[in-house]
Design a protein. Structure first.
Lengths: 295, 257
């Protein structure tokens, strides 16, 4: 054998490296697949147990016998309303704050304090947000127990995540674009308006929708601020109280007696379908806005 | 009425020092740039060339750690007393080492500056776009696809787009920072031809790491080394063996750097 023939033969060292690499790859793949088990398991159980109860009338009828029979229409509508209010409140506030932090704020003790506050706010338990909502929205701002108060509470709860997600979308726009724009004499707002926002808007909006939709499933923040055990008519204004899917799930699973086994599962499945369909909207939105690669 | 024998300098720098926190990037630079000349700045890496350009259009405002001392006078105004920095910057075009095609269409890249100025007339904007793209020697290559993305052009095309964008500001002063780093030699030559013509209309400060580029283009050339301006002389004189400082000669002959 000439020297050239042996060039591509693995040495003992290389063979060992390849072995380690194969083990690591397989191991990490196994862990990733393992993560699918709970997701698929939850879905499977919900579908198997809940599907018999999922008839059109289940969605469109009002509940009977405290939820032990009949449908979930008022709760479904209430959840959509609360989510809508949360989105409308969280979107402008979160985006404005994120733009300030990402594009205007200098690195001072104040911005560091704000960032620290945001991170800590994200860690506050939802029941604490609920109490804050009762104090701030229900009583202080006189919203009463209403969809408005519940939606605002959800918005406050999701704001920190909204801000962080938006700031990351903004930061993903390369600094060189800003430099080029500033050096032309553009103001910071002109730069944001013409360059930064158009190129981060899809990320911002999808991030927002995903984050706020997570609020759909929250029970604690709404149970003292606007969700009710039973209200047979769907809400008409944001000042009405309303049933909500997550709270309804809680009551039919633990508070009401003689509930057919399928009903809580069907409610849970509906809740998941609502979240999934909103995620689907977000993804479709993203694909439409993104369209093509910009740089 | 008295007339001075030499035209007043468009840009005049006195005792300019630049620091980033504790690191000194430039110290004690004095120089004048006259109207309608190409002023070359050569020097090895870390000699303070880029920092110098940044100070000229007050980009230090965007760099929290950058500190500028000394006096810079542009068109008779001390740039540190200029309140309307946006106007100052719009009079000074900048081309960075790496091309920056903004993620807008080719047309919008060049139309941005006129639009920021408040120009609304569409024919006027279209005329400006065509004029600037022609002057940047890019028009013929892109005239049929003005509405495709500028950020997806090739490197050399993007750099000419960047130059067209700078020209669309209708600047009095054009700062070029090693513009040919990401550009092929043929395109570089084409851009150099453009710059020679532009001298009729505006003033250019050309920072370059290619000694020969300064020789080809600059009327006068400054040699920066380690944050100091070693020497300024007419380019012919500097390259014709007339360099006074031995370090300049060494650099020109490629003995270090």
């Amino acid at each position: 054998m000439t020297a050239l023939d042996t060039t591509f033969l693995p040495t003992a060292r290389e063979r060992r490296a390849h072995g380690v690499q194969a083990v690591v790859r397989t191991g990490f793949l196994a862990i990733t697949l393992l993560l699918l088990v709970p997701v698929l398991g939850i879905l499977a159980v919900l579908v198997i147990e809940g599907a018999p109860a999922m008839t059109p009338s289940f969605f469109l009828d009002k509940p009977q016998k405290l939820g032990a029979a009949g449908g979930i229409w008022p709760a479904l509508v209430g959840t959509v309303w609360m989510t809508g209010v949360a989105l409308v409140v969280a979107l402008p506030l979160g985006v404005a704050a994120a733009i300030y932090l990402s594009e205007y704020a200098r690195d001072t003790w104040l911005t560091r304090l704000i960032n620290l506050a945001i991170v800590n706010l994200a860690g506050v338990p939802s029941i604490v947000h609920a109490l804050f909502g009762v104090g701030a929205f229900v009583h202080f701002l006189h919203f009463g127990e209403s969809i408005l108060a519940a939606g605002c509470t959800l918005a406050v709860m999701t704001l920190p995540v909204v801000i962080v997600a938006t700031r990351e979308s903004l930061q993903a726009v390369p600094r060189s674009f800003r430099d080029a724009c500033w050096s032309m004499g553009a103001t910071r707002w002109q730069t944001i308006r013409h360059i930064v926002l158009p190129n981060s808007i899809s990320g911002i909006l999808t991030g927002l929708i995903l984050v706020v939709c997570r609020a759909v499933g929250e029970t604690a923040p709404i149970m003292f601020t606007g969700a009710v055990f039973l209200r047979l008519v769907p809400p008409e204004t944001v000042f009405d109280r309303s049933m909500a899917l997550s709270f309804h799930l809680y009551t039919v699973s633990t508070q009401v007696t003689n509930v057919p086994r399928a009903i809580p599962f069907a409610v849970a499945l509906t809740l998941i379908l609502v979240v999934l369909s909103m995620n689907a909207i977000a993804i479709a939105f993203r694909m439409k806005l993104r369209g093509r690669k910009k740089w | 009425m008295t007339t001075s024998t030499t035209a007043p300098a468009l840009l005049s720098v006195r005792g300019l020092s630049i620091r980033y926190d504790d690191k000194v990037a430039l110290q004690g630079v004095d120089l004048d740039v006259h109207s309608h000349e190409i002023f070359g700045i050569i020097g090895p890496a870390n000699s303070g060339k880029t920092s110098f350009l940044r100070a000229l259009n007050r980009m230090d405002e965007f760099m929290p750690h950058m500190r500028v001392d000394g006096q810079i006078t542009f068109a008779g105004r001390d740039v540190r007393t200029v309140r309307n920095l946006y106007a100052l910057r719009s009079h000074i075009g900048v081309v960075f080492p790496l091309p920056v095609g903004l993620p807008l269409s080719i047309f919008d890249n060049v139309a941005l500056a006129p639009r920021l100025r408040g120009e609304r007339n569409k024919t006027e904007i279209a005329a400006t776009v065509e004029r600037c793209l022609r002057r940047a020697a890019l028009w013929d290559e892109v005239k049929d696809r003005l509405h495709s993305l500028g950020s997806l052009l090739s490197g050399g095309q993007q750099q000419r787009l960047t130059i067209a964008r700078a020209l669309s500001q209708e600047p009095e002063l054009l700062l070029l920072d090693e513009f040919s780093i990401a550009v092929d030699p043929v395109t570089t030559m084409r851009i150099e031809e453009v710059l020679k013509e532009l001298r009729q209309e505006l003033t250019i400060v050309l920072v370059t790491n290619l000694v020969q580029q300064a020789r080809r283009l600059a009327n006068r050339t400054a040699f920066f080394l380690g944050g100091r301006c070693v020497e300024i002389a007419a380019t012919e004189e500097l390259f014709g063996g007339g360099a006074k400082d031995p370090r300049t000669t060494d650099y020109l002959e490629g003995r270090f750097g």
